[in-house]
Ligand binder design. Structure first.
Ligand SMILES: *[C@@H]1O[C@H](CO)[C@@H](O)[C@H](O)[C@H]1NC(C)=O
Length: 547
């Protein structure tokens, strides 16, 4: 039987191969000049786009990374495939971190920071982009979501443009933006009460718009100074610009999006720094290691630090973990409100300075910097305590490490919510300073009594690893735009049909209204007839009764 099947399948293979010998070929469309840009947001806004850029460079395109001096270092690992071009130093007093306020999301200092940044950088950047694009005959520009001068220069020169984003911010995907970004809340309104939803839409949103109105004014002023009369909103649904997001369903709440939205994440680097020998030994020798890191921009307050460290020490004393690696910069260690010592509930006292120096206990390590991916990649790393930045989450999930999240602001609260929702992590309320709760959550993940975290993580890890191939899809999409635009920058094939429809036609209001009219007319006729019919027998039986 087996033999027969074998012969059959060989015959089949032979016959099918002889069926066709014409192999469809894709034309060589030629090499193009591609510019990728980001000036703010650091490595999390840059590395993943340069990963895509590398794929494009390997396909023969001329790819450059345009940035400012402080970010030139992020381009180094991608040379020589991608050339780095600097527009000059960072010319503003405002730094990226000033654009977020972890205590009050509507703070005036944030909108002021945006204004100052625009005033300081817009013109320099606009002219730099403009001359670069013009002189190098750029075929496509891939601008960071925050880089207004990049959009404007590309738009003025009619160069096709793609916006790269680390989170959904466009009008095509605004559902989470409205509910979470203004309020540091969950990414969907599913679990919100009526009052919360009402508050978000009719109080938080207008308050946000009011607060950021001056920024819109500054944008107008800056554009006017460079001679741009009619600005455009690249994030708008009908702007004709593709929004390329380093995210995926499973982390972003699934929902319908427009044809100009592409989720291409999570993009993982092709190489990472490996473990130094002493850290490798440490991880080899400890079985349950917790890794703690809050990214380059955020640092817990003294109170938060105390709760986190106490929980970790108590979990260590209870043998739930046998060591930790806390990536804590030297600068953060200078923070004036850090506690001098920690006392656990067992009565043990730990001098914080000793812990920093590594004198107290070799199992408890504080590092000024650490190779995050390599640590997460080690089988003995069992938990990642993180701020919940997208890249950190991607790296953790890729390596199957569950998360305990301590979100500050921006996309982090929404990310934390999604990880909890996906059952691969738990989220802390940073402001609650709840020692018991923090300890309990740490314990729940590390002990994983019913095996739920492990089970959920298995499928999540598969999802993330498979989705990380999407950088090739992103490169395909960029090539697709490069070669199929019309009239220089018209991505015609993605334009929504409703763009050229009257509003009432697009929403079907005209026919709905006609149908409603018809239905009402029909009901009126039926009622009238019924009443007319009713009148007859009402009169007749009486007549019968009295005769
Ligand atoms: C490649 O791009 C750079 C600018 O990024 C440009 O100066 C150069 O002329 C381009 N080379 C080719 C062959 O198009």
């Amino acid at each position: 039987m087996v033999k027969v099947l074998l012969v059959l399948s060989i015959l089949l293979a032979l016959s099918s191969s002889s069926l066709g010998d014409l192999v469809p070929q894709i034309k060589d469309f030629g090499a193009k000049t591609i510019h990728i840009s980001a000036t703010l947001g650091g490595i999390s806004h840059i590395a993943w786009t340069l990963e895509i850029g590398t794929v494009l460079a390997q396909r023969g395109h001329n790819v450059s990374f345009i940035t400012t001096d402080p970010n030139v270092k992020f381009g180094v690992p991608y040379q020589p495939e991608i050339k780095t071009i600097s527009m000059g130093p960072h010319v503003s007093t405002v730094e990226f971190r000033d654009m977020f306020d972890v205590e009050q999301i509507f703070s005036k200092s944030v909108s002021k920071a945006y204004q100052t940044l625009l005033e300081d950088t817009y013109q320099r950047d606009y002219y730099a982009y403009y001359h670069l694009f013009e002189s190098s005959k750029t075929d496509i520009v891939i601008c960071d979501q925050l880089s207004l001068p990049c959009f404007d220069a590309a738009h003025q020169l009619k160069i096709p443009m793609i916006i790269h984003m680390t989170m959904s911010l466009s009008e095509d995907t605004k559902a989470p933006f409205i509910t979470s970004f203004f309020t540091d809340g969950p990414p969907t309104s599913r679990d919100l009460s009526f009052t919360q939803r009402f508050y978000n839409r009719f109080i938080a949103l207008p308050a946000f718009l009011y607060r950021f109105h001056p920024v819109a004014k500054t944008i107008k002023e800056m554009r006017a100074k460079t001679g741009i009369i009619k600005g455009f909103g690249p994030l708008e649904r009908h702007s004709g610009v593709i929004k390329m997001i380093n995210g995926f369903w499973g982390m972003e709440s699934p929902r319908p999006v427009g044809p100009f939205v592409e989720y291409v994440g999570p993009i993982i680097g092709s190489t990472y720094t490996s473990l130094p020998e002493n850290m490798k030994q440490f991880l080899d020798q400890h079985l349950n290691v917790v890794y703690i890191a809050f990214g380059q921009m955020y640092s817990p307050s003294g109170k938060e630090f105390k709760v986190l460290l106490t929980s970790l020490l108590e979990a260590y004393e209870a043998n739930i973990l046998d060591g930790f690696i806390w990536s804590f910069s030297l600068k953060s260690r200078q923070q004036s409100d850090l506690p001098k010592q920690i006392q656990t509930r067992s009565g043990s006292i730990y001098i914080v300075e000793d812990l920093f120096r590594g004198d107290r206990d070799p199992n408890l390590r504080f590092e000024a910097w650490s190779p995050q991916f390599a640590i997460l990649n080690h089988a003995h790393c069992k938990l990642f305590v993180s701020h919940g930045g997208a890249s950190s989450i991607h790296e953790s999930l890729f390596n199957g490490v569950p998360l305990l999240l301590h979100p500050f602001t921006s996309d982090q609260p929404a990310n934390a919510y999604s990880m909890q929702e996906a059952g691969v992590g738990l989220s802390l309320d940073r402001k609650a300073h709840d020692l018991t709760g923090t300890m309990e959550k740490m314990q729940r993940i590390l002990l994983d009594k019913d095996g739920k975290f492990m089970l959920n993580m298995e499928s999540m890890q598969a999802l993330v690893q498979l989705k990380s191939r999407k950088k090739y899809h992103a490169a395909d999409m960029i090539e697709e735009v490069l070669h199929s635009v019309r009239d220089r920058n018209n991505i015609w094939y993605r334009r929504e049909v409703v763009e050229n429809m009257a509003m009432f036609q697009a929403s079907n209001w005209d026919i709905n209204l006609a149908a409603l009219g018809g239905l009402i007319g029909f009901i009126v006729i039926v009622c009238k007839t019924f009443i007319a019919l009713l009148k007859l027998p009402l009169v007749q039986p009486r007549k019968l009764k009295y005769t």
